[in-house]
Design a protein around this ligand. Structure first.
Ligand SMILES: Cc1ncc(COP(=O)(O)O)c(C=O)c1O
Length: 403
């Protein structure tokens, strides 16, 4: 049958991150690989109560098809949440999607013809690269440093004639780089992109997972006419609910809604009503978010301390002020080739190559500190450090439950 597949699916392979989930799920492996939220910290009894209330009080809506752009009551809540983030949005500006991941797919479908150039950060979220690649773009990779995407490099590419269909950025606690785009760069970025007529896709799953410091204005708040903002409840509530959304200029929202309806008619009313009921109790949802942030901050600290203790001289890493990820550079290492040896020693990470459209990044790796407890993070980083130092290591104990 495969010879009948469309050409665009020919290059599609299982993402490196997804392939890793299988090995990383083995109980003896400490997984610093997948960015899985620590859902064990959620109040499951409370969530059960919310689900029961929705089914009890609103069954005829919850169990029915809904509007293609999303449950109106949830759109009102999300518009209010956006206003708190400094983003001016009417409920009609919000399109609810199946996670931010569906929004990435819809953006790709709307903008990319085969061979079109799009600009992405190098490195970029692997799921965005997978979503866009289905539409066969050429990638213009823009380098990053500790202040996020290099606006100078973008400007230079534009001056040299590049005209990407859009620029995709993850400005807060970047996946995988862990860094945050500085305020000065945000301001310059909107100017540069507006002048060149390049729309910005701002993907912001982690912005509310801030461990310290003051939030920065979203890119959308700096230039609403040229920015498509993507939000999600996956990291501030739970990914199982699959609620994400876009806030875009009106014409773009209308087009994205048509594409969304063509893909799935509508998101799950049941999930959207549960999300709405969850957000209706401010103390409850912000309290839960605060508890999650405390857990992740402790794990970030454990990860950074373990890196200091165990990683070889010459290795460098980012110091995220929020989110899930630390990005490590190890000159001379081939992190892709090292991965099987790491897994054999009971620790998993994602090699840097997963995050570059051109497959570079062999001297990089991503550590996700969100899921394993602090002692497991310390042990996982220790095992990796030993591997990198070329020291003989003990095999992982077969009965270890640490993940
Ligand atoms: C940068 C980024 N964008 C989008 C997503 C997709 O999130 P969602 O669960 O909302 O589909 C993720 C998930 O890890 C992510 O890290």
């Amino acid at each position: 049958m495969a010879e009948r597949y469309a050409a665009r699916s020919a290059g599609m392979t299982t993402s490196e991150v997804r392939a890793l989930f299988a090995v990383a799920a083995r109980p003896e492996v400490i997984s610093l690989a997948g960015g899985m939220p620590f859902v064990q910290a959620l109040p499951s009894g409370e969530i059960l109560r919310v689900v029961t209330e929705v089914i009890t009080d609103r069954a005829t809506v919850a169990l029915q098809y809904g509007s293609g752009s999303g449950q109106p009551s949830l759109k009102i809540r999300l518009a209010a949440l956006m206003a708190e983030q400094g983003i001016d949005a009417e409920p009609d500006d919000v399109l609810i999607t199946v996670g931010a991941q569906q929004a990435l797919d819809l953006v790709g479908k709307l903008f990319i013809d085969p061979g079109d150039e799009i600009a992405v950060e190098a490195p970029s979220y692997v799921g965005a690269l997978s979503a866009f690649s289905v539409y066969e773009p050429r990638y213009l990779q823009i380098p990053m440093d500790d202040d996020g995407l290099s606006v100078d490099a973008l400007e230079a590419s534009l001056a040299a004639g590049a005209r990407p269909k859009f620029l995709y950025v993850c400005p807060n606690f970047h996946n995988p780089a862990g860094v945050t785009l500085s305020l000065e760069r945000r301001r310059r970025l909107v100017e540069v992109c507006s002048r060149a007529g390049v729309p910005i896709v701002e993907d912001d799953p982690y912005g509310m997972l801030r461990f310290e410091g003051e939030p920065l204005p979203s890119i959308r708040s700096l230039d609403p006419e040229n920015v498509i903002y993507l939000g999600t409840l996956s990291k501030i509530f739970c990914p199982g609910i699959r609620v994400g959304w876009t806030v875009a200029p009106a014409g773009t929202t209308a087009q994205l809604t048509l594409l969304k309806e063509a893909a799935d008619l509508c998101s799950s009313n049941l999930n959207m009503l549960v999300a709405e009921a969850w957000l209706a109790d401010r103390d409850r949802w912000t309290g839960t978010l605060g508890a999650l942030v405390d857990v992740y901050r402790g794990r970030r600290d454990a990860c950074l301390a373990a890196l200091e203790r165990h990683f070889p001289a010459g290795a460098t890493w980012t110091r995220p002020a929020g989110g899930f990820y630390v990005w490590v550079t190890i000159p001379e290492a081939d992190t892709k080739a090292l991965l099987p040896a790491a897994v054999a020693r009971g620790v998993a990470y994602v090699p840097g190559t997963a995050f570059y459209a051109d497959g570079s990044g062999r001297d990089r790796l991503r550590l996700a500190f969100c899921y394993p407890p602090e002692d497991a993070i310390e042990e996982g980083v220790r095992r990796l450090g030993e591997l990198l130092a070329g020291l003989p290591v003990e095999p992982a104990p077969a009965d270890s439950r640490a993940r």
